[in-house]
Design a protein around this ligand. Structure first.
Ligand SMILES: [Zn+2]
Length: 346
């Protein structure tokens, strides 16, 4: 008889493993939402993003989720406690929160550009410190106020104990902007990584040209020792170059984060052929992420879906958590407000 394992043995993990969600968004919580610029626009108004969030409103119990809402009072009662309950129910050990600091180009009707700001201190206090071991975060950095201010944004993230920073390119502009280079140098010096958004974005004031992953090529060339996480793998924009970046550069990683991946079942994302491509060419450099709470209505289903695909159990374990834990040195972060709770699975 063949020594080869059966399909079932190869693809089903012998025991459940806890997931690490590498990509989620704080700031949309009801408490104090008006104080965080841009966050109200996720729930309110007749926009693409507010319509996308209708699914989350429905999942949070809004009896009329398709009604356009306009005020903070009408926002759903979303809070960190509910978030943790969903992590628990979905077998997710922890998630990396995207604190954001960004300003878009000016556009008709908004001469100052659209601001999106989820402060580092807010994320640290309400999530990381309140629920040890369940959250980590990256701090928002943009170059709109100059090089010195961008470096100060890096230092703010560092002082909060965050392992990295995030550049939201659709608002903040090209990631190879020389005004960001001192911030990258500072990250390198402090041992922090850089997350860079690639792929399309529907938020106000965003411009598609900035999101092309081709500009990551420059950053990776100029900072070969800087760990770069390419967010969204160039979705709808240029996924092929995004994949090439990961193959070409030792220091470039990617997530597979995409809103509603199982509804928008697209060629370069969650289909089996594509995931097998990732397994073959970059099995240690790809991370599961969700854009939660945008994906709140299907959160557990997303995890179950990947776990049921005929990929090897070894790759699933890496994709769903171990690769990102290694990227963050998650275990080494114990005792710094980021203690691992590995083993807490459902
Ligand atoms: Zn995101």
């Amino acid at each position: 008889m063949s020594e080869d394992k059966s399909t079932i043995e190869k693809t089903l993990a012998p025991s459940q493993f806890s997931v690490f969600d590498s990509h989620s968004h704080p700031g949309l919580e009801k408490k104090g939402i008006k104080d965080r610029p841009g966050c109200l626009d996720f729930w309110c108004g007749d926009s693409v993003v507010a319509r996308s969030m209708m699914g989350a409103r429905a999942a949070l119990g809004d009896p009329n989720p398709f009604k356009i809402i306009h005020t903070a009072e009408e926002c759903p009662d979303w809070n960190p406690e509910r978030w943790v309950k969903i992590l628990d129910a979905s077998g997710v050990e922890a998630t990396c929160l995207q604190a954001i600091n960004s300003v878009s180009d000016p556009y008709p009707g908004n001469a100052n550009g659209w601001k999106w700001h989820v402060p580092n201190e807010y994320v640290k206090k309400e999530f990381i410190d309140a629920f040890p071991g369940r959250f980590t975060a990256v701090g928002g950095v943009h170059p709109r106020y100059g090089r010195k201010a961008a470096v100060e944004m890096v230092l703010s993230a560092y002082e909060c104990g965050f392992p990295g920073i995030k550049i939201h390119t659709p608002t903040s502009g090209y990631p190879n902007n020389p005004d960001l280079y001192p911030a990258y140098e500072k990250c390198q010096e402090l041992g922090m990584h850089v997350q860079i958004h690639t792929g399309v974005e529907e938020l106000p004031g965003t411009r598609a040209k900035y999101q092309d992953p081709v500009y990551i090529d420059d950053v990776a060339m100029d900072f070969p020792k800087l760990k770069i996480l390419q967010l969204h793998c160039g979705v709808f924009n240029n996924p092929r170059i995004a994949l090439w970046n990961v193959i070409k550069f030792e220091n470039v990683y990617t997530d597979i984060t995409i809103p509603h991946p199982t509804l928008m079942h697209m060629k370069y994302y969650w289909d089996l052929e594509h995931l097998r491509f990732l397994e073959t060419l970059m099995p240690d450099k790809v991370f599961f992420g969700t854009d939660f709470p945008l994906t709140l209505p299907i959160y557990k289903f997303m995890i179950d879906y990947i776990n049921c695909l005929p990929l090897t159990a070894d790759f699933k374990r890496k994709l769903m958590g171990d690769n990102f834990r290694k990227f963050l040195n998650w275990k080494e972060a114990k005792g710094q407000g980021q203690a691992s709770t590995a083993g807490s699975m459902i």
